[in-house]
Design a protein around this ligand. Structure first.
Ligand SMILES: Nc1nc2c(c(=O)[nH]1)N[C@H]1C(S)=C(S)[C@@H](COP(=O)(O)OP(=O)(O)OC[C@H]3O[C@@H](n4cnc5c(=O)[nH]c(N)nc54)[C@H](O)[C@@H]3O)O[C@H]1N2
Ligand SMILES: Nc1nc2c(c(=O)[nH]1)N[C@H]1C(S)=C(S)[C@@H](COP(=O)(O)OP(=O)(O)OC[C@H]3O[C@@H](n4cnc5c(=O)[nH]c(N)nc54)[C@H](O)[C@@H]3O)O[C@H]1N2
Ligand code: SF4
Ligand SMILES: [Mo]
Length: 691
């Protein structure tokens, strides 16, 4: 038995808090503080603290399950793997490789995400792969690539936050979604800096702010344009910076000038004096930052919305300079790395593009295949789910629970049920796994080694600290076994470090270059920031701060985005007069597949609710706790009322962590952003009534 404690990182969000796991004499592990990791300095939220509860055999899968006579029944690994391989092979023979779909997750380690992408392209030969990160930060990623030529969540470490002059947090409730990170923002204020929070709700995060603006959901684009208008009108543009380091200003300026403050006030509900105050706080200090999260991003105009916030940074010279910049707070544990190494529909490892001939040639060589054998880009996550049971006949799912988390979830559930064949790898019997033909029980964080890349772009090593229970195998073993059964004997190692060594080569020369990073270094250092190209003369330094000399565009200049206000895909009308927005609570994680199995977390957040303003409640005749039906064009959800003055009277909020009658995603609108293909999770029109 192991005795010493093992340093590692939390299995949940993108903050990737450091923790150590110490074996218990009774079996299992307990979490102990790890103050040496600078991001959380030992602090953890309740989810991280209780994460070992999900390692217990009592709540997880420990045997493969195969559907027989309509029921999922225990089976041997051989039976389960043979069944998957033969079904995938049969369907590919009958309908072609694109009849096979693959869906991954931003919680998977870099090694798993890399191997899953390679498996889809090399073993299955399908173009139909995407992942849940599409539902997460894809709009910020698209806007970052468009403006800077590179997408990395934060272009600087979080430790820079306390030393800047002002931070605008747009649609982030980090007091609940990344609690230990709140410290950086309190220190900012202690140092005399200011915090502006933009959220339709007065969240725990907004309560910390010097200025809270509460726009109507889906109007952040207009809000950013209104601020830029004032920046121009008040002569606060950094002309020299704009001339030296950017392109496209004239068009962006003209667009902003069309968004008068009074017009923006009408669209957003944020008053002109508040707009002016925000501009003053943002522009007066030497340095400032804008950070976005899912509020402005999960919109059918998310890419342009983030583009408008980047425009504000560029016009004021607040990007690519010390203590200034635009950043996105990515979400999942490996939300960053998961979008760099090839499980995304259009991507090859190293953030290379699947439609770039040079990228195809490089990766094909590492993989030992003909570049022409690699399929082209496939569909985005929602489009892929929407095609299940039509031209996609079989799905292999790893690291997501779309029955709860996908938009228009009742429809997605129908599509999943109409598949010829569904295989799910998971640690628990999630709502989606329960619909599968074969379920494979896999190892998790504390039982396996692997790397993740945090929201700072910091590559981290999670270490195996405990033996897995009998009966479970790793995702890498699953892919190895399936590849072998489908006739590919080589190239799918089960050892994470072996995969990482190949990933280093595949990423070399790409945007997300990991070639200078090794497991040894990661074990010795507190992570390494990419890009980190290998060097002949010793360890490569990595890049904590991006863009200080130039942006990653061909000419080194950042690009303004030409954007203008547009309405939500669905605006309120007589039948559906209220806006619904959705999000998270501190004690539950995502679809809840893991955290709903932890007693302490369920006690803190036992179920769904509908947050609404007392004025709306009075109109409905609803009291605290009354069951409310929320009805959209796609369905009806029921949950108790939670009445608070901390939300706009024209808006209701539901968290999305639960299945069943309170499932928020029964209601949400799958209208997609034209560039990022992000669904509009953050607004749809609903009617609210007493249930
Ligand atoms: N406890 C917990 N923590 C988590 C997660 C979890 O599920 N639970 N998930 C992780 C993941 S994957 C992610 S992506 C992050 C998400 O982290 P956040 O983005 O902080 O989380 P959300 O609650 O989805 O949305 C943030 C805020 O956006 C606001 N909002 C809604 N509509 C709008 C709008 O139109 N404009 C603006 N400006 N704001 C709006 C909501 O009121 C909400 O307070 O959290 C990570 N951390
Ligand atoms: N209405 C609404 N819907 C949303 C959002 C919103 O704000 N509002 N946010 C969206 C966002 S940002 C996100 S990121 C998605 C997330 O939603 P999901 O994609 O459903 O994410 P999780 O619930 O984390 O699901 C991960 C699954 O993988 C399993 N798992 C964990 N680790 C491993 C592993 O190593 N291997 C394998 N094979 N399985 C593993 C877990 O048990 C769980 O079942 O939800 C999106 N849906
Ligand atoms: S903030 Fe995120 S990484 Fe840190 S303990 Fe909580 S869930 Fe884990
Ligand atoms: Mo996310």
């Amino acid at each position: 038995m192991r005795t010493a404690s093992t340093p590692t990182h939390c299995p949940y969000c993108a903050l990737q808090c450091g923790m150590a796991l110490s074996p218990l004499p009774t079996g299992g592990v307990e979490v102990v503080e790890r103050p040496d990791f600078p991001v959380n300095r030992g602090a953890l939220c309740g989810k991280g603290r209780t994460a070992p509860a999900v390692l217990s055999s009592a709540v997880r899968l420990t045997s493969p399950l195969v559907r027989s006579g309509g029921e999922l029944v225990p089976a041997t690994w051989e039976e389960a793997l043979d069944r998957i391989a033969s079904e995938l092979g049969r369907i590919r023979d009958e309908h072609g490789p694109d009849a096979l779909g693959v869906f991954g997750g931003g919680g998977l380690t870099n090694e798993k995400a890399y191997t899953l992408g390679k498996f889809a392209r090399v073993v299955l030969g399908t173009s139909q792969i995407d992942y849940n990160g599409r539902f997460c930060m894809s709009s910020a990623a698209a806007a970052g690539v468009r403006a800077f030529g590179l997408d990395r969540g934060l272009p600087f470490p979080l430790e820079d936050v306390p030393r800047t002059g002002c931070v605008i947090l747009v649609g982030s409730n980090l007091a609940e979604t990344m609690p230990p990170s709140l410290r950086f923002f309190s220190e900012l204020r202690d140092n005399g800096g200011t915090l502006i929070v933009i959220d339709p709700r007065r969240t725990r995060t907004a309560e910390q702010a010097d200025l809270h603006l509460a726009p109507r959901p889906g109007t952040d684009l207009a809000l950013a344009l209104g601020l830029l208008h004032l920046v121009v009108a008040e002569g606060r543009v950094d002309e020299e910076y704009v001339r030296e380091r950017t392109a496209g200003w004239e068009e962006a300026r003209a667009a902003a000038m069309a968004h008068w403050p009074e017009y923006v006030e009408r669209i957003t509900g944020v008053s002109v004096p508040h707009l002016r105050e925000a501009v003053r706080l943002f522009c007066e200090p030497e340095a400032a930052m804008v950070l976005t999260a899912r509020g402005p991003e999960q919109q059918s105009k998310g890419t342009d919305t983030v583009g408008a916030w980047i425009n504000l940074c560029l016009a004021t010279g607040r990007a690519g300079r010390p203590l200034s910049g635009y950043g996105c707070l990515t979400g999942q544990g490996n939300g960053q790395g998961g979008r760099e190494h090839g499980q995304k529909a259009d991507q090859l490892p190293g953030y290379r593009k699947l439609d770039d001939p040079a990228a195809r040639a490089h990766v094909a060589e590492v993989w030992g295949v003909d570049p022409d054998s690699l399929p082209g880009p496939g569909r985005s996550a929602y489009e892929l789910l929407d095609a299940l049971g039509t031209d996609i006949r079989a799905l292999l799912l790893m690291g997501s629970n779309p029955v709860v988390s996908a938009p228009h979830a009742a429809h997605v559930e129908d599509r999943i049920r109409s598949l010829d064949f569904l295989a799910v790898c998971d640690v628990v019997l999630s709502e989606t796994a329960a619909l599968a033909d074969v379920v494979l029980p896999v190892t998790q964080w504390a039982e396996e080694t692997g790397t993740t890349t945090s929201l700072e772009g910091r590559v981290l090593l999670r270490r195996r600290a405990i033996d897995a229970p009998d009966g479970v195998r790793s995702d890498l073993e699953v892919l190895h076994e399936l590849a072998t059964r489908l006739g590919v004997e080589k190239g799918f190692p089960v050892e994470p470090e072996e995969v990482f060594e190949e990933l280093r080569r595949a990423s070399a020369g790409g945007i997300a270059d990991y070639s200078g990073i090794t497991y040894r270094r990661l074990a010795e250092e507190n992570g390494v920031f990419w890009p980190c190209p290998a060097r002949d003369d010793g360890p490569a330094p990595g890049t904590p701060r991006l863009f200080l000399d130039r942006f990653a565009t061909p000419d080194g200049r950042a690009r303004f985005a030409p954007v203008a206000h547009r309405p939500n895909a669905e605006e309120p009308d007589d039948d559906y007069p209220v806006l619904l927005t959705t999000g998270r609570v501190v004690a539950q994680y995502q679809s809840g597949a893991q955290t709903r199995r932890v007693e302490e977390l369920n006690a803190a957040a036992p179920g769904p609710f509908v947050e609404l303003h007392p004025r709306l409640a009075a109109r409905l005749g609803a009291a605290e706790g009354d069951r409310l039906a929320v009805v959209s064009r796609r369905g009806r959800a029921v949950a108790p009322a939670r009445i608070t003055t901390g939300i706009r009277p024209d808006t209701v909020f539901m968290p999305f962590h639960w299945p069943g009658e309170g499932r928020a995603n029964t209601l949400t609108n799958p209208a997609l952003d034209p560039i990022s293909r992000m669904p509009e999770f953050k607004s749809c029109a609903v009617r609210v009534e007493l249930a």
